[in-house]
Design a binder for this molecule. Structure first.
Ligand SMILES: Nc1ncnc2c1ncn2[C@@H]1O[C@H](COP(=O)(O)OP(=O)(O)OP(=O)(O)O)[C@@H](O)[C@H]1O
Ligand SMILES: [Mg+2]
Length: 335
């Protein structure tokens, strides 16, 4: 056993797991695991498991151990974390890492305990948990320790959370257990309804990322996609455009953005003027959607800005929180 214990900031997401250590992101992998169906033996984790998705033999299943931001499969989550912890430890002998993990805002104590236990069983020497919007704000560089109000809106894969923060704590927050994956589903449904074509989740996600937008951005793009004809069952190719994606995702997007509206309605007047002056900072993978800043600005009436590197904000914040023990002591979620 070595003497060192590494400090890891872990964004345990529905879509992605990201780990920050020693000032940088050291791991970024899909939150996916491939298992044998009968013995539930792990055959691949992370990117390797994702690469198998949709093309694996019948005795194997590929799944996401988290759903809507919370653990859906406890043992598989533990196995996934163990693999990732080992991977970032490299060949050096470390004691179990000290980890800070993100949990969605508003999770139950049972759900929190499940995350804590999974991390410890996966080899962590100590595990601390803080709500994702707080960590995302910290990682985005917002001055959350001051008495002024700052607002963050984290757009994840399985959940979206808005929060106003001041003096290292959440003043008001709201979340919907709905995120980018719901937008993918909406694209699948749209293509099925309009073209009688069945497409998979990875195709829907790549449509969203490659040509998608939240609003008409004045730049129409298109993309050829292949699917299976709903009637004949044969493969068929169609072309989809940016404005079709805007239309397809409009409904779930409006619901997601409702979380930010709900927070603004609940924000105390002392802080509301700070938020109007400073705007809303967008984090999470969903913040990368084209025109999402304009869409939110228009919809909630407060300027919204994309964080510099939105997809890593939570992991960076988790790493920083762990390094700053004073911060930890003031805000630590009791377990
Ligand atoms: N360029 C992009 N445009 C639009 N959406 C994107 C883009 N890049 C990633 N996403 C979406 O961001 C989501 C993943 O974001 P993120 O990694 O923040 O989620 P997560 O932390 O795993 O999930 P959660 O916080 O809900 O548990 C996915 O739905 C993905 O499709
Ligand atoms: Mg997240």
């Amino acid at each position: 056993m070595g003497m060192f214990s590494r400090k890891l900031g872990v964004d345990l997401g529905t879509n992605n797991v990201m780990i920050y250590a020693d000032g940088q992101i050291v791991l970024q992998e899909p939150a996916m695991v491939a298992l044998t169906i009968e013995e539930e033996r792990v055959v691949a984790v992370g990117q390797e498991a994702r690469d198998m998705y949709g093309r694996h033999p019948e005795h194997i299943e590929v799944l996401r151990p988290l759903r809507d931001g919370v653990i859906a499969d406890y043992e598989v989550t533990e196995a996934m974390l163990r693999y990732f912890f080992r991977k970032v430890s490299g060949r050096m002998q470390f004691r179990g890492p000290e980890v800070m993990l993100s949990v969605p805002y508003g999770v139950t104590s049972v759900e929190k305990r499940a995350v804590h236990e999974a991390a410890v069983r996966a080899g962590a020497r100590a595990a601390y948990l803080l709500p994702e919007p707080l960590l995302a704000a910290l990682g985005a560089g917002l001055p959350i320790s001051t008495p002024a109000g700052n607002m963050v809106f984290n757009l994840g894969g399985g959940a979206s959370e808005a929060a106003v923060l001041a003096m290292n704590g959440i003043v008001v927050a709201d979340s919907v257990r709905m995120g980018g994956m719901r937008l993918d589903e909406a694209i699948i449904n749209y293509v099925r309804r309009k073209y009688s074509l069945v497409i998979g989740e990875p195709t829907a996600e790549s449509i969203k990322i490659q040509i998608g937008a939240a609003v008409d951005i004045g730049q129409e793009m298109s993309m050829e996609i292949q699917g299976r004809d709903q009637v004949g069952g044969l493969p068929r190719t169609i072309t989809v455009t940016t404005s079709e994606v805007v239309e397809a995702i409009a409904e779930p997007l409006a619901t997601i953005v409702g979380a930010a509206q709900a927070v603004l309605e609940k924000t105390p007047p002392e802080l509301a003027s700070d938020i109007i002056d400073r705007g809303i900072v967008l984090t999470g993978g969903g913040a990368l959607l084209r025109g999402i800043d304009q869409y939110i600005t228009r919809k909630v009436g407060v300027p919204a800005y994309r964080a510099e590197n939105p997809i890593v904000a939570t992991a960076v914040g988790a790493g920083r929180a762990l390094e700053d023990l004073a911060f930890l002591r003031r805000t630590l979620v009791g377990l």
